[in-house]
Design a protein around this ligand. Structure first.
Ligand code: GDP
Ligand code: MG
Length: 180
């Protein structure tokens, strides 16, 4: 661990409704595993992983809202100091997609700089999860269009089948590094 503190610690928060797969995506990326068990943890969960992005070795800190999504507002602790946010929804749940606007406001309340000139620069990455299920309610074009307005990249993933999970997190790490 010696010298660990010299590497940039990038804080990436995962937000989105309960059950969309935030914990599963983190676990897949960091621990290379998946479980069908639903575990609504209370408190804040985080996992870290060292990785190399554009020749920089960084420590990626991934934070999940850990069950407190039910209360929606988590106060400032989770988001404070975040460098990037992954907005996660379930492709099989239209309401989880529509909830993202609310999540964005919540995140920006805590991360947007006081100076209006610097606003609107906080990076978001959007993840539609559970591509493996045949119950899609949200079409790609609609999300893509919405992402353009946000200036966010969009990934369709499956934590279960390990589809595009690495790409989404590496893109988040790269965006986080730019704001670091
Ligand atoms: P969170 O509340 O957003 O952290 O969601 P979880 O990661 O706890 O996942 C909620 C449920 O969805 C669990 O039962 C997971 O096993 C399941 N799940 C998560 N990701 C996927 C996926 O990609 N495909 C499928 N089929 N199920 C998933
Ligand atoms: Mg969770």
């Amino acid at each position: 661990m010696m010298g660990d503190w010299t590497k940039p610690h990038l804080k990436v928060v995962l937000v989105g409704n309960s059950g969309v797969g935030k914990t599963s995506l983190m676990t897949r990326f960091v621990d290379h595993r998946f479980t069908n068990m639903y575990r609504a943890t209370i408190g804040v969960d985080f996992l870290t992983k060292e990785l190399t992005v554009d020749k920089n070795t960084v420590i990626l800190q991934l934070w999940d809202t850990a069950g407190s999504e039910r209360f929606f507002s988590l106060g400032s602790a989770l988001y404070r100091g975040a460098h990037c946010c992954l907005l996660v929804f379930d492709l099989g749940s239209d309401s989880s997609f529509r909830a993202l606007d609310g999540w964005i406001s919540e995140v920006l309340l805590q991360t947007d700089p006081a100076d209006p000139a610097e606003r609107g620069t906080f990076p978001f990455i959007v993840v539609g999860n559970k591509t493996d299920l045949q119950t899609r309610q949200v079409c790609s074009e609609r999300v893509q269009q919405w992402c353009e307005g946000l200036g966010a990249e969009y990934f369709e993933c499956s934590a279960k089948e390990n589809t595009a999970v690495d790409s989404a997190f590496i893109t988040a790490a790269r965006a986080a590094l730019r704001t670091f």
